[in-house]
Design a protein around this ligand. Structure first.
Ligand SMILES: CCCCCCCCCCCCCCCC(=O)SCCNC(=O)CCNC(=O)[C@H](O)C(C)(C)COP(=O)(O)OP(=O)(O)OC[C@H]1O[C@@H](n2cnc3c(N)ncnc32)[C@H](O)[C@@H]1OP(=O)(O)O
Length: 185
């Protein structure tokens, strides 16, 4: 995971930006008995796959080609999802780096037996890296936030990015220090 671009890459011409709305996507899916866990509610892993699929579609659309999941942060399950629920997974690019994108995802469910509007049942933040045919990271168009909400999400994503990098660096330094002190774990 690189912290900054190399000189050669930073000399490359800028890619034109793309607005958030150009790749925003909703994926909807009805939950069946095949999706349940041993408790009879929908398995968290089923929701996570839908989240990854929706985020992957958004990242692919934004970057104009294949993109792979680099990390999934803060997957939150707010309420159980049940068989018969219609689940909507809403995703958009919150932030872009050089070759990576943070995609924010909200999961909503409509109860089949209630006329109430869909409620939020989960959320997640994923980082996708755009890759070329050889699986190497490639540059992405900068995202252009369009609304106040997009702008807030962009700023919050930058905070998460800073924390991810700082956490990785701190853990790497701790491991190097322990190795230098002779610990073998
Ligand atoms: C017109 C076309 C439409 C197409 C429409 C398609 C629609 C179709 C929908 C299907 C949707 C299915 C979506 C499923 C998606 C999978 O299931 S993908 C499978 C699971 N994921 C993988 O197998 C990825 C395996 N990992 C890798 O290949 C490499 O580690 C990676 C992610 C490419 C990174 O490679 P690397 O050598 O570490 O490269 P590096 O330059 O250090 O990092 C690249 C960028 O990633 C960031 N990064 C790397 N690791 C991390 C990390 N752990 N955390 C955060 N950021 C990270 C770096 O910070 C860097 O960002 P920038 O600073 O450049 O912005």
């Amino acid at each position: 995971m690189t912290d900054q671009a190399t000189t050669a890459e930073s000399d490359a011409p800028e890619i034109p930006g793309k607005p958030t709305s150009a790749s925003r996507t909703t994926l909807s899916h009805i939950m069946t008995h095949n999706d349940t866990n041993l408790l009879g509610t929908v398995h968290g892993g089923v929701i996570m796959k839908l989240v990854d699929d929706a985020a992957g579609a958004v990242a692919g659309r934004h970057s104009g080609g294949p993109a792979v999941t680099a990390s999934m942060d803060e997957m939150v399950f707010l309420e159980p999802v049940r068989v018969g629920d219609l689940v909507h997974v809403k995703a958009q690019v919150n932030w872009t780096g050089r070759t990576s994108m943070e995609v924010g995802v909200r999961v909503l469910a409509e109860r089949w037996n209630e006329s109430a509007p869909a409620t939020q049942v989960g959320s997640a933040y994923l980082v996708f890296a755009a890759v070329d045919a050889d699986g190497r990271p490639r540059r992405v168009p900068p995202v252009q936030p369009e609304t106040e909400r997009d702008e807030r999400r962009y700023q919050e994503a930058q905070i998460r990015r800073t924390h991810r990098l700082a956490r990785r660096r701190a853990i790497r330094e701790l491991r190097e220090k322990r190795a230098a002190e002779g610990f073998e774990d």
